[in-house]
Design a protein around this ligand. Structure first.
Ligand code: 5GP
Length: 194
């Protein structure tokens, strides 16, 4: 990495729904003050317990489309049918300006887009559930999906698995403690090592 980018590193995490990503990311953020969660914009409705401006910037579709027109996104995707998600340029700038590094938690296509744009600055991590069946069980246990959205998420996870080898680091979340440590060490090496 050239020194011009040294203060603008990005940590990109992709983890299919049900891979245990939220828990891992929360642990990581609690363990370091150098990394800040990059809050994405999205058009899905907040789940119980989610807060606007904390978990996501929850936008309606018209506002999201306006931001696309204004070129406000680093990347955006229709991640699920009719549901848009995107990383705002202002969000990365906000975090860099605070002297920290953004942790961008996005889907595979979004991750590839960020890699293409910022490849010199990126660490890319793929978090994998031990199996698709385990992932399906975790989603059922979480209880946030209908039968249809569950199938959509499982299908997407299966598709995303095919891209895991393009990431610099793949972490299999079989044992939470082990995976959490692996993630912490990988990120710490990236932050300190460059
Ligand atoms: P959820 O609806 O479960 O919060 O997230 C669904 C998916 O959207 C996850 O795979 C998550 O990584 C992805 N996602 C969240 N924010 C973004 C974003 O800004 N851009 C892209 N491309 N995907 C995102």
């Amino acid at each position: 990495m050239s020194s011009a980018f040294a203060h603008k590193k990005i940590i990109v995490i992709t983890a299919p729904s049900g891979s245990g990503k939220t828990t891992l990311v929360k642990r990581l953020l609690a363990a370091t003050n150098k990394v800040t969660f990059s809050i994405s914009a999205c058009t899905r409705k907040p789940r119980a317990g989610e807060t606007d401006g904390v978990d996501y910037y929850f936008l309606d579709e018209a506002d999201f489309r306006q931001k696309i027109d204004e070129d406000a996104f680093v990347e955006w995707e229709m991640v699920y049918a009719g549901k848009y998600y995107g990383t705002l340029k202002t969000e990365l700038e906000r975090i860099w300006a605070s002297g920290r590094y953004p942790l961008v938690d996005i889907d595979v296509m979004g991750a590839l887009a960020v890699m293409n744009k910022y490849h010199e600055q990126c660490l890319t991590v793929f978090i994998q559930a031990p199996s698709i069946e385990e992932l399906r069980q975790r989603l059922i246990t979480r209880g946030t999906e209908t039968e249809q959205t569950l199938e959509e998420r499982v299908k997407k996870a299966d598709f995303e698995l095919g891209y895991a080898h393009q990431f610099q680091k793949v972490i299999i979340n079989d044992n939470l403690e082990v995976a959490a440590n692996e993630l912490k060490e990988t990120i710490s090496d990236f932050i300190n090592g460059l």
